[in-house]
Design a protein around this ligand. Structure first.
Ligand code: SAH
Length: 362
């Protein structure tokens, strides 16, 4: 089902590709090029409302403003961290809160997008899990996060347009449980008439919804894949990530082995390091064993994420020397292993800290 047919109140115009926008104009008896004009105004010039797209006839501008949903997000608050990371807290039309994170990285930026309001996956160490699932975001609501923060950077923070944009679906929610809308949003964002953020610039992170990983592998324009692993034995993983009861490690690895990769491409395995829980030498060895068939094909790399503490949850990051030793054990076996620097921890924007809290810090 396309996001266009899902939108109920008005049209989910931000969820339209340029082609869909042209078809929309034709349906209204207008020339198709009006669709391209509107699409480019929204996605290239980043106009906030159709009234500002002066190349369109006035009647069309007013009509669009009245009937469609071009501003699906309302900003509640934005927090800026010392390292330049910004955390945007938005509400969607029905009042749910979502978050988007802007992460500067040299001339480029990485935007961390939410795919759902809340999340149903119940990972024991994650702040978003405490919310439960509120609902899937529409394609337009996913696209709007990108348009909003880019526009905000230029207008409010007076920054130049970033030289390049990477997207990570690592905000709130499980993207593979909102499969159609997420993939449609990525098609809109990749549209050469608009932002043209190509799929290799996009990383989708999942807890490991096996049938959807397989489906994703069959998509012609698929993003890169990251899998949140966090434990390499079934008993521990099931305690930390209940999804493991449905899709245990063996099935997950099968899906990863089947996942087609471009030359040189690796699947990222995220491993949240929880002090005293999954950070022992033995667990590093279990991880190496589990990854062995993937390593044999040079198909895996590991991102270690020291846990970002969440008030009320009984987890702590390991001491720094433990983190380094865990990394060293993996690297010693030739496994590319990176440490994810926590970004924006002081504004509660780092991984797993997104819980619609309006507190900048706990
Ligand atoms: N649901 C998807 C997308 C969210 S990505 C997924 O889980 O992959 C968010 C990443 O942050 C995941 O890798 C998750 O394991 C990690 N994470 C969750 N809580 C965390 C915390 N408190 N500290 C550090 N990382 C955390």
């Amino acid at each position: 089902m396309s996001s266009a047919s899902v939108a109920m109140a008005g049209h989910d115009l931000l969820g339209f590709t340029c082609q869909q926008m042209c078809a929309f104009m034709v349906e209204r008896g207008l020339p198709a090029y009006r669709g391209r004009q509107l699409f480019q105004a929204l996605h290239r010039r980043l106009v906030e409302t159709p009234e500002a797209a002066l190349e369109l006839p006035r009647a069309l501008r007013t009509g669009l403003a009245a009937e469609s949903d071009l501003r699906p997000l309302s900003l509640m608050e934005v927090f800026e961290a010392a390292d330049g990371t910004r955390r945007y807290l938005f509400t969607v039309r029905d009042g749910h809160a979502i978050e988007t994170v802007w992460i500067p990285d040299g001339g480029r930026i990485t935007l961390c997008l939410s795919s759902q309001a809340g999340c149903p996956m119940r990972c024991a160490f994650c702040a978003t899990a405490t919310l439960g699932l509120q609902r899937n975001l529409t394609a337009g609501e996913i696209v709007a996060q990108v348009l909003y923060v880019l526009r905000d950077a230029v207008h409010r923070w007076q920054q130049p347009r970033p030289a390049g944009v990477n997207l990570v679906l690592m905000g709130m929610g499980e993207p593979l449980l909102n499969y159609d809308h997420v993939l449609h949003a990525l098609r809109v964002l990749a549209d050469p008439e608009g932002l043209h953020i190509v799929p290799r610039r996009v990383t989708l992170s999942t807890v490991g919804i096996v049938p959807r990983i397989i489906a994703l592998g069959r998509e012609p324009d698929r993003p890169r894949l990251a899998v949140s692993l966090t434990a390499a034995t079934d008993d521990l993983r099931a305690r930390l990530m209940p999804v493991n009861l449905t899709y245990p490690l063996e099935a997950l690895r099968e899906a990863c082995l089947m996942f087609p990769r471009h030359p040189g491409e690796r699947i990222t395995f995220e491993y949240v390091l929880l002090g005293g829980v999954n950070d022992a030498d033995e667990q590093a060895r279990a991880l190496l064993r589990w990854l062995a068939p993937l390593r044999a094909r040079e198909a895996a790399k590991v991102n270690l994420i020291p846990h970002n503490p969440v008030p009320g949850l009984p987890f702590q990051p390991p001491p720094p020397e433990r983190v380094l030793r865990f990394q060293a054990l993996l690297r010693a076996k030739g496994l590319p292993t990176y440490l994810r620097r926590p970004r924006g921890r002081d504004i509660f924007a780092a991984c797993g800290m997104l819980a619609a809290s309006s507190q900048p810090s706990a």
